[in-house]
Structures are given as C-alpha cells and as structure tokens.
Design a protein. Structure first.
Lengths: 469, 629
C-alpha cells in the first residue's frame, strides 16, 4: 500500500526536524527538540529574549537562554532554550532544545510554532536514526535503533489504519478522487492529443479546485483552534451506584496527573475539571452523580449525569464486574448506544459476576478491564484515548478537526501545491504544467491516509479515458 | 557428427528494433558481433503501426539519437509525414511523430547493418542458451551450430512461441506469418528464467483503391518538419508529405461487434496472454466504454510504393467475416478490400524484475535483454532498451563502467526503472505521465542530457561532442546576457507590447522577466534587444525555454537533488535481507524478489514502507562500518 513516492518520506525537502521529546505528562516541563542544518534559524524565528534584543544565533554553543516562544505575535510560553552546535549533540547535527513550562498544551503549541517556522515533524525514530548515521552510536546499538524505528512506525501505522474508518479519511479520499480524475484527464489528452482535447481546460479545473482548496484550508485552520484541543474532550463517567466512578475519577486525577485548570461548571451543580491523560486533554464533568455519597438518592445524580452525557464527546461507562449486569446497567447502555463510549469493567480484582465475554455480546465498543483498587487499567485507557484522538475519532462529520501535526503538515503542502496550480492557471501556463503540482497535492493528501501514488494515475487513465491506437 | 563452432564477442538474438540498436552499438564499439534473425527480410520490421514517435515515444527516439543510436537517423531518411504533437502545450510534452515508409525503414536499417564493420548477419533460429557457473557461454542454433561468446543480448520480440489468432483461426507463427521461435523458451526456463505470456494485436490493412477518402477528414503533416536526429540537417527533411485520414466508427459498427463478442477469442478464453490496456482492440473499447457513440479511426499509408493502408484504432481478433462486416460500416470503408486481416498475437516474454537496471540478468552474468522480450511494447521502447543492453554488454566485455540512466536523466531511465522495479502485468508502454521530472526531460534537450554519456561510452564522435560543447557555451552566455538587459518603458517598447497584445510596461524591467510573460517569447522580443548576437535556432530555443520556465525548472531540479541522494545509496549485491532485523516480512519478500541496487529503487517497490527504508538505511550503515573495521 505504500511505495512509489516513499523516497520522499525518507528524504523530505525540509531537512530540519522537530518533535516533542519528552513523555507528555503534565509534570509541567516538556522539551521540543529541533535538529538539522536549519535548527538555529528555526529557533531564531520563534524565540524572543526578555528585552527582545538577543540574537540567539550569535550565542556560543552549548549555552542556555531564558525567554519566550512566540507564534507570530502571540506569546505562547516562557521557556529555556538550549543551543548546541553539531557534532557534539545527540544527533550529531545542530540541535536546539526548548524547555517549556506551561504544561502540555503549551508544549504542543510550541512545537506548532516551530513547524511553522520551517521544521517538519520528525518521522518515527528519526532522531535516533540520525544519531546512528552520524556516528554518534556504536555498532552494537544499530539493532536497537532499528527496533525503535520499527516500534514507532507500528504505532504510527496503527494510527493511520484506525483512521481508515473515520470521516477524515472519507473527505480526503473524495478530494483525492477529484484531483486524480483531473490529472488523468489532462495526462490522457497529452498522451493522445489527437483523441482528446484539453484546450481551455484551466477554467474547468479552477472550478473543481476552489472547493477543495477551501476545505483544506478549513482543515488546517481547525488544528489547534478546535474545541477538542483548546478545551479538551468533554467526558462523562457514567455507571450505576457503587460501580466505582469516584475512585476511577480520583485515579485519573491522581497526584501524578495534575489538574490543569479548574473551571466553574456551566451547570449549577456540575464542576468541570480539565485534566491531561497522556497526550490528550479531557474536560471531565464531575457530576453530582459522580460525587454521590452513600446516603444520597442516586436517581437524581444519574439523571443529571445522563443529561450531561447527551452533550459529551466521550462517555466512560463503568460496570462493576463483581455484581450482575442488571437493569440499571441496561438502562445506561441503551441511553448511550449512539454515543462514543468506552466500557471500563471495574473491580476485576474481586470475584467475577459480570464477565468481559458477556459485555462483548452486548456492545462492540472497546472494553477495558479495570481495577481502581489495584490501580490497573489506567495506562491502557490512556493509550486507547490517545489513539482515538490522533486518529480523529472525536471529530464529527460537519466539522473535521485535525489533531495530528503530521496531518497538518501534509495539508499545508497540499494547499501550497493547489495554489501553485491556481497560479499556473492564472498565468495561462500550458495545461501540462497543472498536472505536476496536482500530482504533488494528490501525493500529500495520500500521505495522510497512508496511501501512495503507485500506479493510481495510469490505472485511472485507462479506466476513465479511451485512448490508444 | 560435426557441427559448426564459431567464436564472437557478442551474440544478439533477434533483429527487430531492439536487436538492431544492440548489435550496432556493440559492433561500433569494435566488438565482433553476430546478429541472428529468423528472416533477413524482417530486419527492423514494423509489424504494427506505421509510425515512429508519438507522445513520450518521440522523446525516447531523441534520447536514443543523443546516445548514438540509429532509430532517429533512420526515420529521418524514411518518413513520409511528420508532426510535432502537443505543440500548443508546454515544451515538456512536445513530441515528434512521423509516418514511416515501412519497407524503406526496414531496408535502410538493413543497409546500415550490412555495412557496419565487425557485424555479421545470420539467418537462423537460436534454440539454446549456453551457460556455465552462472555465466553466459554462447548459444546454439536449430542446426546445432554453436556460437561461443562473452555476452548475449536477447531481443526476441514477439517471436517466442508466437501464435496469431483471429476468430477461431490460430497459427503458431510470428507477425506477418513469419516463422516463430519455438525452442528457446524451454532453454531459458531451464536456466531458471521466469517467463510470462503477453498478447498484443494489430488492425487490418486495406487496399487504398477501395477506400472512399471523400468521406474522411484529411490530416496533414507539419509545414516545417523537425528532424528526429540532432545530426540531421533540418533542410534535408522538408519533403513532400503524404496525408493520413480520419473517420469514425458508429453505433452500427458497435452493434455488430456486440452481437459477435461470443466469437471473439478474447472473450471466449482462447487467448490466455495479458493484453495492453493502452492499445485496446475495438471490441475492448466497445465493451469498456459502452457509452461512447463513436471511436476515431485513422487511415494511414504503409508506404509510398504500396496501396496498403493501416486502419489505426480498430485492432481486432474477431473472425474474418465479422471483421469484413464491421469495417464496412465505417464511412469511407464501405467497399474497402482487406489485404491483411486484423489479428491478436501471443508470445513469451520474461518477468523483467529479473534484470538489473543495466538490463543484465541478475543471475546470469553476460546475459542481457531488451524490447518486447522484457515485457514492453512499442518500437521506440524496444530500440531504447536494445541500445542500453547492447552498450552494457560491450561495457562489461571492455571492462568499462556500465551505462545506467536514472529517472531524472531520461525517459529511457524511467522506462527501465519501471520495468525492473515495478510489478508489470501487461506490455509496458512509455507515457509522459510516468516521468516525474518531465520538465527536465524534454525532447528538445535530449542532446544536452545524454550526448556526453554517449561520448563516454564511445558511440558519439569527438566532432559531435565538440559541437555540443559549443552549443552549451552559447546558451550559457546568452542566458547570462539576457538577464543583464534592462528594458525601459520607452515608446518603442510600448508599441511592441501593443502589437503583441501584451500589457504595457509600468516602468522599466529586465528582459528575462518580460520573456516569462505567457504571450511573449525570446524570439518575439528581438526588436527591443538591439545587442542580441546572431545565434543558431537550437540555441535560441534553449534560451527561450530555460528563461521562460525557469521557476518550474528550478523546482524540479530541487526535487531531483533529493532523488539523487537516495539513488546514490548503493545496496551491496550480497546483502542478506533475512539478516536485517526489524524489516517487515512483506518487505523482506519484496526486497528479496527485486534485489534493488540502491535505496531509491528499494523505496519504489510496492510493499516496502518508509519505515523499512529507514531500517535499511541503518543496516547499510552498520554494514559499511563493519566492513571498514
């Protein structure tokens, strides 16, 4: 499924790469690492010292600088910048590390600014690969390097595969189909000019491209501005009384998972808390139902929670494995059928009355075995949510939200290629010039959904256009 | 029994377009060469369409010429009509196509072969390939004669176990009833070579006297003909040209075809070979494009001294009686007499992934191949491969560096790379859309791209090379000069702009910027460029293109730079992919099957992912360091 154009993936035009190089937990500090020939220029574009006068490019190697990262005129975070000239760096190339302090969202925004300034997102295992190829690791480490690449790319592949179902995939596929059709039309006319004429085709093509351009622009714009990123995924924990909602909530907000902000709830008696679970921000609704005490009548709480659940992006449905799956559970399940939910089978440390197998028969949504008492299952939940998030599963048909920086980079390349085509049309260039940039757009869109160009064009020409002697 | 035994440097099997180029290249490089053909009369035969060139194929012919091949010169001597296709489009897709006088083409090529030193023509069927320890030793013919040699170039075209079919009639012959070669396949298989079976087809030929041209549109050649060869004097090709004719099929034609589909060997399953999608038979077109009410039919002369006309666009393998009925529904062909029936032809060829990009077999040293035998189609594709295979057979014997053209250097590079790194399931045809750097691979600059390589190989004379050097110098100097010329917004300039329907200048600007305007060109601006030196036409053309499309060309050059880096990372021949941990199983299988020669090539193999390429990078570095230790 990959192939033809992949040499570009390995050796992209932009040679300076960047990524968040710390695990993304809300410990407060995160590092964005930039490496490559233009690392310093990239850093220069985003960094401002306190008095705004320092030119960081002139600083000696291996020094640390206090200041701020800006995305154009917006100050994103207070940072320490470490500047190290190659070859005495991890990768052997010029490297800049930006230590951010403003929490996970800030780290992601800093990365964003760095990408805008000319770096591209690092490929799986790329820092380590560079380090090895530049002689920074000895031979015995080679296999470990290859393993890193392999496991990282497996994760990336999983992500792109789970996307195959999503609405993002559908939109991209439709755009690609349109683009490919037009390339094939132009190319078949060039191959067989006596059969097919494309004189004056520019106008028609422009008409087809403008809606695609708009859509791509919207998608790019949705990145970082999306509610999901800004506020987090609206999440509600549901479950019958005593299923263990509170302990799960506490576990999710545990000491090592600091509360990012406290927001007064929009509903009178609901408090929303924004927390980071792995790389994903959740806006967790702490409903009365969740805060139940033993002697409070649960009915009201559950009702409120359900009401809230209607507006949620995600529901964590807690089922007590140590009791029978009863009518209360059935009621909750039927009320959330159409929502995006994950089942947490709690109390798996106790004797089992409701089994995983039983639940599998009732729902095809993911089920995670959980034990709040033994603190089991949180990591799995974290991984699952991350995967769903970066696969765009929390975006909706009418409003696609781009959540992955690699996707955004590809969309920007797509936009650039489409603009080049539109320029060529405006400049009245001959039609054969259009298809070159169209092909680039097609290729970049394909990278998002993990599909390469391969023989697509040749197949399209033969299937749609009757050419040949 | 005593059998003939002889020794040569190179044996070329087959004297079609590939074989001729291969044999000429070897002989011209001073190697004793023998070329086998089943019939001396069939040297450089054009058994299908009567043209050379066409979109992207014209590029191939130019490239063959730039490298020192013969096809361009031969068609310049024997064409009867010529056109530059796509001339209203960008320079990258301008493509020459000429109608050939078929028998003249064949005769002229034969004359060249017969008069080339070190070249022996032999009419015989080669039946056996002789190898020893993975190396070529020679060949044996049907008469049991043995020819020992250092290299063999196989260019068997469509002749291996060839079978011609129409309706339920089938003959085990090559094209035009020529003798097929029925024995060599077995010998190749026993040498471990994987074979495919492909098919192709050709339309009927008709008697000119029985065609009513008044019902057709006349198609003329260009007023000013551009020669194929860079060495041909442009004045020598301004000849009286003949016309082709355009007519169309109609619903009646299609009805007849539909009614008789059950009698077509294609649909009945009698033909097993895989046919090309780009060259569909008329029955294919009618089935696949059912909503099309008519298809174009080009009536083209086969030569000056024959009444036979080629019916382009209507190849078929329907039975004789259906052909007759079907052709007669076409306006102008109502009473046409069919001289030769349309037919399909099946033949054996190889899976080309067994070849290196030098066109040498990976597993048999000294064995090279080119043309339809490699799973391609077309005279031009064949000639291009034949030339490269021949050159490399010679390079190997002479102990010199082989000629490998990459995708950024030539259509020939794209052609060969596609053949050896992609899984092909039909005869391969060159198409302009297959070349990703086509703004650089223009037909007008084939000499600038390739002639120096031909010179290094030894097929280009010192004199020709010196001419090119001069041309390059003139181009460089003129571009540099133009970029220094300032054009003022004077009355004279504004008048010229008005005359050329271009917007007037707001203020002064540089001449090269003015040339970039779509409605203007270098040539048009001569009146306001008083310092311009007198320059040859081809120099002016290059200056214009280089300036006009500078932005686009620069972008492609940048892409090429990246591409070259990957191509430069060689993969050692003895690499053991099973030893590369972390490669996915699919990638291991594909890499083992294709055995790419560099990372770039590896990355183009379907089923090899970017992560696999990264892993391979690291492994190769590890390999290199271990070796250096």
């Amino acid at each position: 499924m990959m192939g033809d154009s992949d040499y570009l993936a390995g050796e992209k035009m932009k040679q300076t790469i960047a990524a968040i190089s710390t695990a993304l937990n809300p410990s407060g500090i995160g590092i964005v690492r930039i490496t490559g020939l233009e690392a310093m220029d990239v850093a220069y574009k985003v960094y401002r010292s306190k008095n705004g006068k320092k030119d960081i490019r002139k600083a000696p190697s291996h020094t640390i600088h206090y200041g701020f990262v800006y995305d154009e005129d917006e100050c994103i975070d207070e940072v320490l910048v470490m500047w190290m000239k190659g070859p005495r760096t991890y990768t052997g190339e010029d490297t800049v590390e930006i230590n951010c302090h403003g929490g996970v969202l800030a780290v992601q925004k800093v990365l964003e600014a760095v990408l805008k300034a000319g770096a591209r997102p690092a490929e799986p295992g790329e820092f380590t690969k560079k380090a090895f190829l530049n002689g920074k690791m000895d031979l015995s480490q080679a296999e470990a390097v290859m393993d890193v690449i392999e496991s990282d790319s497996k994760y990336a592949l999983q992500n792109s595969l789970s996307q195959l179902k999503g609405s993002l995939h559908d939109r991209i596929t439709k755009m690609r189909e349109t683009i490919l059709y037009h390339i094939a039309y132009i190319e078949s006319a060039l191959d067989d000019p006596e059969h097919i004429s494309i004189d004056g085709y520019g106008e028609q093509l422009e008409e087809a491209l403008l809606p695609i351009k708009d859509e791509v622009k919207k998608m790019i714009h949705s990145y970082g501005n999306g509610r999901l990123i800004k506020d987090g995924i609206r999440t509600v924990i549901l479950g019958k009384p005593n299923a263990g909602k509170s302990s799960i909530l506490n576990m999710m907000m545990g000491e090592d998972r600091a509360i990012v902000t406290d927001i007064a709830g929009t509903t009178r008696d609901v408090l929303e808390e924004q927390i980071m679970l792995g790389k994903v921000a959740l806006r967790l609704a702490d409903t009365a139902g969740i805060r139940e005490t033993k002697d409070v009548v649960e009915k009201i709480g559950v009702d409120k929670a359900r009401q809230y659940a209607n507006q949620a992006d995600l529901i964590l449905f807690v089922v007590d494995s140590s009791t029978e799956f009863d009518q209360d559970d059935e009621d909750i399940l039927s009320s959330i059928r159409d929502k995006k939910y994950v089942v947490l089978l709690n109390k798996t440390d106790l004797e089992e009355k409701t089994s995983l197998e039983l639940l599998r028969k009732k729902t095809d949504r993911p089920i995670l075995a959980f034990s709040a008492a033994e603190e089991k299952g949180l990591k799995e939940l974290e991984e699952m949510l991350e995967q769903m998030f970066f696969a765009g599963e929390f975006s909706f048909e009418e409003n696609i939200t781009i959540t992955n920086s690699r996707h955004k980079a590809e969309l920007e390349e797509t936009l650039q290629s489409i603009d080049l085509v539109l320029n060529s049309i405006a400049d009245q260039m001959p039609e054969d010039f259009y298809s070159i940039d169209l092909m680039n757009a097609y290729e970049h869109l394909g990278n998002i959904i993990g599909e390469s160009v391969g023989e697509d064009l040749v197949n399209e020409i033969f299937s749609k256009f009757c050419t040949g002697k | 029994m005593n059998n003939l035994v002889q020794n040569y440097d190179v044996v070329v099997v087959g004297a079609g377009h590939a074989g001729c180029e291969a044999a000429l290249a070897c002989a011209r490089l001073g190697l004793e060469t023998i070329i086998f053909t089943v019939s001396v009369e069939s040297i450089a035969l054009m058994p299908c369409n009567p043209n050379i060139g066409g979109s992207s194929k014209g590029h191939l012919v130019r490239e063959i010429d730039a490298l020192g091949g013969e096809m361009g010169k031969n068609i310049d001597k024997t064409f009867i009509q010529s056109k530059m296709l796509n001339s209203s489009k960008g320079p990258a897709v301008h493509s020459l196509r000429a109608q050939a006088d078929k028998s003249e083409y064949s005769r002229e090529m034969r004359k060249i072969l017969e008069n080339t030193e070190h070249l022996t023509i032999k009419q015989a069927e080669v039946t056996e390939l002789l190898t020893e320890n993975g190396k070529v030793k020679g060949v044996k013919t049907f008469s049991q004669a043995t020819y020992y040699c250092k290299a063999v170039v196989l260019c068997t075209g469509t002749y291996l176990r060839a079978r011609c079919i129409y309706g339920d009639v089938s003959n085990y012959t090559g094209p035009n009833g020529l003798q097929a070669a029925n024995h060599l396949t077995d010998s190749l298989k026993s040498n471990g070579i994987e074979m495919f079976r492909y098919k192709t087809g050709t339309p009927a030929r008709m008697d000119k006297r029985s065609i009513d041209f008044s019902k057709m549109e006349e198609q003329f050649g260009d007023k000013r003909v551009v020669p194929f060869s860079f060495t041909t004097d442009p004045e020598s090709v301004q000849i009286d040209q003949v016309s082709c004719w355009l007519t169309y099929t109609n619903e009646e034609t299609h009805d007849i075809i539909r009614k008789n589909l059950n009698r077509s060997p294609l649909f009945s399953g009698m033909i097993e070979g895989t046919g090309p999608r780009y060259c569909p038979s008329i029955e294919d077109k009618v089935v696949k494009f059912a909503d099309k009410k008519r298809h174009q039919v080009f009536i083209e002369p086969e030569g000056l001294y024959t009444n036979e006309m080629y019916v382009g666009g209507m190849s078929s393998s329907l039975p004789e009686d259906v052909q007759e009925e079907m052709y007669h529904t076409v306006p102008g062909l109502e009473h046409a007499k069919i001289v030769r029936n349309a037919y399909a032809i099946e033949y054996d060829c190889i899976n080309p992934i067994q070849l290196n990009n030098t066109l040498e077999f990976k597993n048999i040293r000294g064995l090279f191949s080119g043309g339809q035998f490699n799973g391609s189609s077309g005279y031009e594709e064949a000639a291009a491969q034949g030339l490269v295979a021949g050159i490399n057979a010679a390079m190997e014997i002479l102990g010199k560096e082989m000629l490998v053209l990459d995708r950024s250097e030539a259509y020939i590079g794209v052609l060969i790379d596609d053949l050896v790194t992609k899984e092909n399931h039909e005869p391969y045809r060159m198409m302009t859309s297959r070349a990703e750097y086509r703004l650089l691979l223009r037909q007008d600059n084939a000499d600038r791209r390739l002639t120096e390589k031909g010179y290094r190989v030894g097929l280009i004379s010192e004199e020709r090379m010196e001419k090119l050097r001069l041309k390059e110098r003139l181009i460089d100097e003129e571009i540099a000069r133009v970029k220094q010329v300032h054009v003022a917004a004077s009355k004279e300039v504004q008048e010229l702009m008005a005359e050329l329907e271009s917007t007037p200048l707001n203020s002064g600007m540089m001449l090269d910027e003015l040339i970039k305007r779509p409605e203007l060109s270098y040539e048009m601006l001569l009146p306001i460029d008083p310092e311009r030196p007198e320059l040859p036409e081809d120099v002016k053309e290059q200056v214009n293109i280089e300036i006009k499309y500078e932005g686009y060309i620069k972008r492609q050059l940048k892409q090429v730079e990246q591409f070259k880096k990957m191509e430069a990372r060689k993969i050692p021949e003895d690499i053991d992919y099973d030893d590369v941990k972390s490669l996915r199983i699919e990638a291991v299988q594909k890499l083992k099957a294709f055995r790419p020669s560099n990372i770039g090539q590896a990355s183009r193999i379907a089923g090899v992912s970017p992560a696999d390429i990264s892993v391979l990078h690291v492994y190769l570095e590890q390999y290199r360091r271990k070796r250096d230790e």
